[in-house]
Design a protein around this ligand. Structure first.
Ligand code: AR6
Length: 197
C-alpha cells in the first residue's frame, strides 16, 4: 500500500514528528532504523524485509562490523549504508526481548531509540524513520513500547541544535498506528494539562 496513506505530523521545536502507516522499506528518509539482533545476522520481521529490499551489500557490511565489534549490545546502534533502500543509511539497533517489564526493558528500549538518533546525529542526517522496535518477535506490548518510544522522540526534537529535524515511526498495521496515535494524544493532553496548572 502507499506508505503515506495514513500519516500524522506534529511540529515540535524546530522539527517535525511523524507517525505513518506503511512499509518502512518503502519510506523515504535519510536513515531508516532496523530492529536487528545482537549478531546483526538478519532474521524475520522488519529486519528480514529491510535486508531483502536493500540487497546483499548491507549484510556484507554487517559481517564486517560484527568481525570488528563482536556483538551489538541491546540498546546500542551502528550504521551501514542502505543498499538499494530509499535512504542513505540503515541504522541497526537492538531492542530488548520483553519478559515481564521489570528486567530493565523500558530503559533498553529508550536507549535503542536514543542511540539510533545519536548515530544519525554523528552522520549529520536530517530525517530518520523508525519501526516499532521490539514489538514483533521480541514481544514488547505495543502500548507500553509507544509510551517509551514517543517521549524519547519528542524530547529529542525539543532539544535545540539537533541535526535530525524530521523523525518518526512507520507502523506496519492500522492497529499499531492507532495505538501510537492514542499514546501521542495522551502525552500531548498531559503536557497541556501541566501547562494549564
Ligand atoms: N515496515 C514497518 N514495520 C514492520 C515491517 C515493515 N516492513 N515488518 C514488520 N514490521 P520485529 P523486534 C513491524 O519482529 O520485535 C528479527 O528476527 C512489526 O509489525 O521486526 O524488535 C530480528 O533479526 C513490529 O511491530 O522486530 C531480531 O532477531 C515491529 O516491526 C528480532 O526480529 C518490530 O517487529 C527483533 O524483534
Amino acid at each position: 500500500m502507499d506508505p503515506t496513506q495514513r500519516q500524522l505530523e506534529r511540529s515540535i521545536g524546530n522539527g517535525r514528528l511523524f507517525l505513518a502507516r506503511g512499509d518502512l522499506t518503502r519510506f523515504p528518509a535519510e536513515a531508516l532504523v532496523n530492529a536487528a539482533n545482537s549478531a546483526l545476522a538478519g532474521g524475520g520481521g522488519v529486519d528480514g524485509a529491510l535486508h531483502r529490499a536493500g540487497g546483499p551489500r548491507i549484510m556484507a557490511e554487517c559481517r564486517e562490523l560484527i568481525a570488528r565489534i563482536g556483538r551489538l549490545e541491546p540498546g546500542a546502534a551502528v550504521a551501514t549504508t542502505a543498499g538499494t533502500l530509499p535512504a542513505r543509511y540503515l541504522i541497526h539497533t537492538v531492542g530488548p526481548v520483553y519478559r515481564d517489564g521489570t528486567r530493565g526493558e523500558p530503559a533498553v528500549l529508550a536507549s535503542a531509540y536514543r542511540s539510533s538518533l545519536g548515530v544519525a546525529e554523528e552522520l549529520g542526517l536530517g530525517s530518520v524513520a523508525f519501526p516499532s522496535i521490539s514489538t514483533g518477535v521480541y514481544g514488547y506490548p505495543l502500548e507500553a513500547a509507544a509510551e517509551v518510544a514517543l517521549p524519547v522522540l519528542l524530547q529529542y526534537l525539543a532539544e535545540n541544535g539537533r541535526s535530525v529535524r524530521r523523525v518518526g515511526l512507520v507502523l506496519f498495521s492500522d492497529d499499531a498506528f492507532d495505538c501510537y496515535e492514542r499514546v501521542l494524544r495522551r502525552l500531548e493532553a498531559s503536557v497541556e494539562a501541566r501547562a494549564g496548572d
